[in-house]
Design a protein around this ligand. Sequence first.
Ligand SMILES: *[C@@H]1O[C@H](CO)[C@@H](O)[C@H](O)[C@H]1NC(C)=O
Ligand SMILES: *[C@@H]1O[C@H](CO)[C@@H](O)[C@H](O)[C@H]1NC(C)=O
Length: 405
Amino acid sequence: MASYGFACAIIIASTLLLPSTRIEPAKARVLNPSLLSDVSDGPCTLMVKSRGYKCEEYEVRTQDGYILSMQRIPEGRNSDKNGGKKQPILLQHGILMDGITWLLNSPEESLAFILADNGFDVWIANTRGTRWSQRHVSLDSSTRDYWAWSWDELVMHDLPSNVDFVYSKTGLKLHYVGHSLGTLVALASLSEGKLVDKLKSAVLLSPVAYLTHMTTPLGILCARAFVGEVCFHYLINDIILILEIIANFLKALCTHLDCYDLMKTITGNNCCLNASTVELFLEYELQPTSTKTMVHLAQTFRGGILAKYNYQNKEQNMEHYGQSEPPVYNISNVPHNLPLFVGYGGQDSISDGRDVDHLLNDLKFHETDKLKSHFVKDYAHIDFVMGISAKTMLYNDVISFFNLV
Ligand SMILES: *[C@@H]1O[C@H](CO)[C@@H](O)[C@H](O)[C@H]1NC(C)=O
Ligand SMILES: *[C@@H]1O[C@H](CO)[C@@H](O)[C@H](O)[C@H]1NC(C)=O
């Protein structure tokens, strides 16, 4: 109980002490004020067109009414005019991040640009609740109802809607690249037989499925202390975006400490981050998510089982699921012939090697030539999306993988 109290104290203290703590996440976030006027144009204007790439903004509606933004980089800088139909790829960021994650380094170092320059048709997803995906057909994002979802809804709605959208626009099955939570939602969706007929392959970077061995202090705060559902549901309430508070807390710390060190503390000893990119990251990222998602991840951390959101009592579970325990996502049901690429790091304190082994064990029935695992000894969680060496350490292998399947 002491740790719950501690976390509550930190959260409440940071709420009270930091004047910048507020529910609106996006507004304080723009690094360069001259960009402010372009915010309505979204990531295309902010991060893509200025680098000499074409970029298209789209809106995707989920079945439960969320309006998600999506960006498309249809071709590389030196596109061949006669090139045939390009293979679409969907990039799905992780928790606390948004689509901009894939665009923060230089075009020579960032996966989205590298893929476009290699002839792929690149689509970038933005999860509900993040900066450009805060609209809904009827709910306002400042209401409790808007935030009443866990990662189950990402599995059930966001991801299938995004995949359907790209499929319907291009008429082609897509490759998928997920980072962090973006791996979990894909595995869970696939295990339920969703997406299966629309994906050509899936690349899972810093895979998050089991979290039992997560060692990050933030993780432990998130998981152990966050289980203080007491803390959330009673003291603070669902509507407050806990992560936003923590993000602001970290940013305040960041003005006193080295941000780079702070990132290391949270995500593991990233070997290869560019300090200016980290600053950009902290400016743009640390996007909000719902407390229910954090509680759900905390349940995964504690339980060591991949299951749907566990309501607080058997009656409520019964009401939602028709059974007293939440249904399990069985990763062994991911189609055994779907080409998978699992990239994981030796320094990752969120996606620990032992948890990756657990995941790979669940995939033991996978056809062996359809499962490629790629270990990068020096990489921690963020290196996979922002490492300056990621092209040589990882992305070139991802591209070869795509070209072979
Ligand atoms: C780090 O980022 C800055 C700013 O984008 C850039 O000028 C510099 O070349 C980068 N360094 C490396 C090693 O990529
Ligand atoms: C998952 O599915 C596999 C194969 O279908 C089965 O052997 C295993 O018992 C299942 N695991 C759980 C936790 O239900």
